[in-house]
Ligand binder design. Structure first.
Ligand code: DGL
Length: 276
């Protein structure tokens, strides 16, 4: 696959199964305000969490090819599920392209927990992935902490629908937190980029369930930092002084993505529907 020569003013491509990656995009915008960004929401194929690994790989490769055709100089896989399934294949296909993925923050959680019991909220597919299991097993062996993995089936869907505070979303969160509270977890890892948008509800539910919550770990900020580092290392950071432009594509409903940008980030980028 031929790669276009990266230039400093080329855009950065960021993608997710839907609106979850906006929780990463906000940190990228904060840390790299001069960069042009292209956000790709694969909402026509969301959620990824209940798909096969092969289906996610096919989507990730198609989206990466599209973003690179748009001239992107770097990619952010702003989705834990797609990172676990496909990042090694993306790096193989585009060996010269800086590619940053998102992984559940098990390591910072192990360092933060006092009870040594950590709840990990993620999609079924992320938890089942080899990449997650390898990190999980390695950290148990090296730190002796206990990870309680909780697949949050349906939660990304609720967020995708814009139901950030509905009774149905609250009930799902209560259901998923209850076993973690019973087992004395004091740290929660948000292992899906959709979940930071219901962080308030998660904290409330944790308190109501009697959890003495020490920390909630979201990896958006360190991911943006890693991206900034890679742009510097490769000499491709944008040197412009003006703020960068943002534009978005979706395989789903542009009106829904427009509403999500408004509601979640108060942003109004141009949005185009695309079949990829
Ligand atoms: N936001 C995604 C993640 O970080 C996936 C959610 C989904 O589509 O199931 O895992």
């Amino acid at each position: 696959m031929p790669q276009t020569q990266a230039t400093n003013d080329a855009p950065i491509g960021i993608f997710d199964s839907g609106v979850g990656g906006l929780s990463v995009l906000r940190h990228v915008q904060q840390q790299l305000p001069h960069e042009d960004l292209i956000y790709f929401a694969d909402s026509g194929y969301a959620p990824y969490g209940d798909k096969t690994e092969q289906a996610i790989i096919t989507r990730a490769l198609a989206i990466a090819d599209f973003l690179i055709q748009q001239g992107c100089k770097a990619l952010v896989v702003a989705c834990n599920t797609a990172t676990a399934a496909a990042i090694h294949l993306l790096r193989e296909r585009y060996p010269d392209m800086p590619i940053v993925g998102v992984e559940p923050g098990l390591k910072p959680a192990a360092a933060a927990s006092k009870t040594r019991v950590i709840g990990v909220l993620a999609t079924d597919r992320t938890i089942a992935s080899e990449k997650f299991q390898a990190l999980h097993d390695q950290l148990i062996a090296s730190t002796g902490v206990q990870f309680l993995t909780q697949a949050c089936t349906g939660l990304a869907d609720q967020i995708e629908k814009g139901e950030l505070t509905s009774p149905a979303t609250q009930a799902l969160i209560q259901q998923y937190l209850s076993p973690l509270a019973d087992n004395k977890a004091d740290t929660l890892v948000l292992g899906c980029t959709h979940y930071p948008f219901v962080q308030g509800l998660i904290k409330q539910a944790a308190q109501a369930a009697g959890m003495s919550l020490v920390t909630v770990i979201d990896t958006g900020e360190p991911v943006a930092r890693q991206l900034a580092r890679l742009l510097q290392q490769n000499g491709i950071a944008n040197k412009a002084r003006a703020n960068g432009h943002l534009l978005a594509y979706t395989t789903g409903d542009p009106a829904a993505l427009r509403a999500a940008f408004e509601k979640l980030l108060t942003l109004h980028p141009p949005i185009e529907k695309i079949a990829v």
